[in-house]
Design a binder for this molecule. Structure first.
Ligand code: AMP
Length: 244
């Protein structure tokens, strides 16, 4: 099936084509129509399956139509467990949205100065990509208005759970009062993740993509005990210099 059949905005298709994507991946094929139809989804998909585009493309499609609500607050909120993932999501949104009218993407991550983040949040935001702890801080200080939020994405929900962020995620979700779609992506959809989904999602469509477990026979794993960080660096450099 070509991307054209997904009914995404022509400027999004143009950007995708330029990147050399010819057909949607399985998660994109299943998730994008459900999201364009306004459903919540819970999907099991790992990194490498094209899951980022599966939610960013419908999000950008939504942003192509101006909001009727007069507010500067984000229209799309993506919560990620790590800063690296947040940066990947922002990059993907920039890439796929390059032909749409200027899309303002803001990242709010832990460990970064508050004054800069306060400034970014005082300006109009289309897509807000954030790690949960720092975002909750800003919400509690009254810095974020969710009145025009249309989509909340919980990316790698299982990792947010493992890293102890899930209470913050639930608090953030409960601070959004207006009607919006919620999407949950997780490597696995076990009982704990399903019960979180039951609390945060409305009649979600469940999407399960078979995981491709590639067996990498030529990778050998070893454990080395080290005294301290300088010993670790010496040992690592010794191993990296050993061509055999
Ligand atoms: P992700 O699973 O979101 O981390 O994506 C993995 C990689 O697949 C990224 O480098 C994307 O640029 C790429 N990708 C996503 N969708 C497609 C597609 N439909 N065709 C080809 N590559 C894609």
């Amino acid at each position: 099936m070509p991307f054209e059949n997904l009914n995404l905005h022509p400027y999004i298709i143009k950007a995708i084509k330029e990147l050399g994507y010819t057909t949607p991946t399985p998660i994109q094929k299943k998730a994008i129509p459900e999201l364009l139809a306004g459903h919540d989804i819970m999907a099991s998909a790992q990194t490498g399956t094209g899951k980022t585009a599966a939610f960013i493309l419908p999000a950008l499609h939504h942003l192509a139509t101006p909001s009727k609500i007069n507010s500067r607050g984000p229209r799309i909120l993506v919560l990620t467990p790590t800063r690296e993932l947040a940066l990947q999501v922002s990059e993907a949104a920039n890439k796929y949205g390059k032909y749409l009218r200027r899309i303002k993407i803001v990242s709010i991550l832990g460990g970064m100065p508050y004054p800069l983040q306060n400034k970014l949040l005082s300006q109009p935001v289309d897509i807000l990509v954030a790690t949960p702890g720092r975002l909750l801080d800003h919400i509690q200080r009254g810095k974020i208005n969710f009145s025009r939020l249309k989509m909340l994405v919980l990316d790698e929900a299982d990792r947010m759970l493992d890293m102890g962020f899930i209470n913050d995620v639930e608090r953030i979700a409960s601070s959004i009062k207006n009607d919006h779609q919620t999407l949950l992506f997780s490597a696995t959809l076990d009982n704990t993740i399903t019960s979180i989904a039951n609390r945060l999602l409305k009649s979600p469509k469940r999407i399960q993509i078979a995981t491709q477990q590639t067996k990498l026979d030529n990778i050998e794993q070893r454990l080395h005990h080290v005294e301290d960080i300088s010993h670790k660096i010496k040992l690592l450099s010794h191993l990296l210099c050993d061509i055999d």
